[in-house]
Design a protein around this ligand. Structure first.
Ligand code: ZN
Length: 88
């Protein structure tokens, strides 16, 4: 019988935390493209650990989409590796 493993960690949430959707409380700039995120518009916050504390980076919708696409590609790679392992 397998040991109880508890809650399954996720690659997305394990390291620094879960991205969240938010509304800009003041004028911000996207961390990636530096475009202005006007107060009150939707943006995405991605926690990033640096030093001893976690800061949240703001991203515009467009950049968050690209980050999401890249994450999917990365996940796909790992999925292939896993399949290779299982298939051998
Ligand atoms: Zn952006």
């Amino acid at each position: 019988m397998k040991n109880k493993r508890g809650k399954t960690p996720s690659l997305i949430t394990a390291s620094s935390g879960r991205p969240e959707k938010s509304q800009a409380k003041k004028l911000r700039n996207c961390t990636r493209c530096k475009e202005a995120i006007v107060k009150g518009t939707d943006c995405f916050l991605i926690p990033k650990k640096s030093g001893g504390f976690t800061s949240k980076k703001s991203f515009c919708n467009e950049c968050f989409r690209e980050i999401l696409e890249q994450s999917k590609k990365d996940l796909g790679l790992f999925e292939e590796l896993l399949l290779e392992t299982e298939g051998s």
